[in-house]
Design a protein around this ligand. Structure first.
Ligand SMILES: Cc1cc2nc3c(=O)[nH]c(=O)nc-3n(C[C@H](O)[C@H](O)[C@H](O)COP(=O)(O)O)c2cc1C
Ligand SMILES: [Mn+2]
Length: 457
């Protein structure tokens, strides 16, 4: 079977049925669908959700696809702890897409009047969002100078049946490509892909060089090339087994407001200008599945963090070979990194925290020993509370740039833009003192090996 969204849902159903929930009750794409997700998040429940009946639409909406490392691991056929390493390997062992003559994504081809965005169950997530947004689309563009291809996720606010915004951060590759189009006075050919195997979303988050096409990394993750077919109206290849492709052009002479929009810091991002995308065609499978990503919560954060974890882990390992693993936990909204080390020399905790803060714009790095579970916030907090002293184990670096959306950012000079943040390093490793107390517990082999069914009703 082709590795696509449907095949992945089958894998979840077979291997972890508790992680797939179908919602039969009709839900409104405005607020109600996201309210179900938010309510589940509040209860720490993160299954893939398939909303079969969405008001005013016939397409089911799949969401929470990337909501936990457990789901990413299922997608890659590995363990949650190995996802970051697998991601790094895939970036090194990329497999170029394979051109094929036809694919399911061309089952239905819509052009002209028929190619309208109102066909899709676009979701309005947060109360004060500017309106419905497309949040899951992986946008493939071609560099008008080099011809190179690039793919990434940039949110889209619906403007009209034929237009939406493309919110590209100033430094992303797509933004660089759009600037080249602008300099030449031409729009940029683009295809927005919705719904495929989760490897597509993961690959879209790679932090590689401009020119390293993300679908090659997707091939690396899948262990086989991604089948692609030419788009109908623009000069880019699109995955043959995607659910939906929206073809069009990113205009390079037009801007519209994006926002307010509830974003991954879990606050509203204010309205700011974004480029405009104009639809030229829509192609999709028969009975397509629509994919939505809830932007304020784990699904966005787990996926977005994967790109960081990939580069930070490989860079950190070069600087500090004693680094065992890293985790960018959902609780830190992308600003916090946990680093696990095999400490063999005093001072390594602080050195590692400095290196981790240098490897990416994290607000805080916490370094722990191997006996601490970096996938468990509570366990890390326990280490911080029992292995540190505030005046020795914590250090701060004021006046650093983290993000333009840090709501507590401060200016460098009176009246300047509030772009500066203070960074925090925490060395929560034990001293190499042979008399440091042992962790108290019943014999480990005994409690870990218990079958509770033998004891509890
Ligand atoms: C759910 C989700 C939404 C995202 N939204 C945006 C966005 O609106 N704008 C943006 O610039 N990056 C966004 N990102 C991050 C980019 O997709 C990511 O930085 C990507 O690597 C950019 O690729 P590029 O540098 O090849 O253009 C988002 C990531 C995720 C997971
Ligand atoms: Mn790129």
């Amino acid at each position: 079977m082709k590795k696509d969204l449907r095949e992945f849902l089958d894998v979840v159903q077979k291997k972890a049925p508790e992680l797939l929930v179908r919602v039969g009750r009709e839900v409104d794409p405005k607020w109600e669908l996201s309210a179900v997700q938010k309510r589940l998040q509040a209860d720490d429940e993160l299954p893939v959700l398939v909303f079969d009946r969405v008001s005013g639409h016939t397409m089911p909406v799949v969401t929470n696809l990337f909501a936990s490392k457990a789901l990413l691991a299922l997608a890659l056929g590995t363990t949650p702890e190995s996802v970051v390493e697998r991601f790094g390997d895939a970036q090194k062992n990329r497999i170029a897409p394979k051109e094929v003559s036809s694919g399911a994504v061309k089952d239905v081809v819509l052009t002209g009047e028929q190619a309208e965005l109102t066909r899709f169950p676009l979701v309005t997530h947060c109360e004060k969002d500017a309106g419905p947004y497309l949040t899951s689309g992986v946008t493939i563009v071609r560099d008008p100078e080099s011809g190179a291809l690039n793919a990434g996720i940039y949110r889209h606010r619906l403007l009209s049946p034929k237009t939406m915004t493309v919110n590209m951060a100033p430094l992303c590759h797509a933004s660089e490509i759009a600037k080249k189009g602008e300099a030449k006075g031409v729009p940029v050919d683009a295809a927005i892909v919705i719904g495929h195997h989760p490897a597509m979303g993961m690959a879209s988050q790679q932090r590689g060089a401009l020119g390293e096409f993300e679908l090659e990394t997707m091939g690396g993750l899948l262990g086989e090339p991604v089948d692609v077919v030419p788009a109908e109206t623009v000069d880019v290849p699109v995955p043959a087994d995607a659910e939906i492709v929206i073809e069009g052009r990113i205009l390079t002479d037009k801007w519209e407001d994006d926002g307010p929009f509830g974003d991954y810091w879990l606050y509203y991002a204010p309205a700011k200008p974004a480029r405009v995308f104009e639809v030229t065609a829509i192609t999709h499978r028969r009975d397509p599945l629509f994919h939505d990503i809830f932007p304020v919560g784990p699904e966005h954060l787990v996926l977005f963090s994967l790109g960081m974890e990939g580069v930070v882990f490989s860079q950190l390992k070069q600087l500090v070979p004693q680094v065992v693993a890293i985790n960018v936990p959902v609780s830190g909204a992308g600003n916090l990194v946990y680093v696990q080390i095999r400490k063999d020399i005093e001072g390594l905790g602080v050195n590692t925290a400095l290196a981790a803060l240098g490897a990416y714009r994290f607000k805080c790095a916490v370094v722990v020993d191997e006996d601490v579970d970096i996938y468990d916030d509570k366990n890390v907090l326990w280490a911080v509370m029992t292995r540190t002293q505030a005046d020795r184990s914590f250090f701060t670096a004021p006046g650093s740039y983290i993000s333009r959306v840090d709501p507590t950012g401060y200016p460098a000079y009176p009246g300047g833009p509030p772009l500066l943040s203070t960074r925090l390093g925490i060395d929560a490793t034990k001293p190499l003192d042979p008399h440091f107390p042992e962790v108290a517990e019943p014999p480990r082999g005994l409690w870990k090996g218990l079958d509770l069914k033998d004891y509890l009703p």
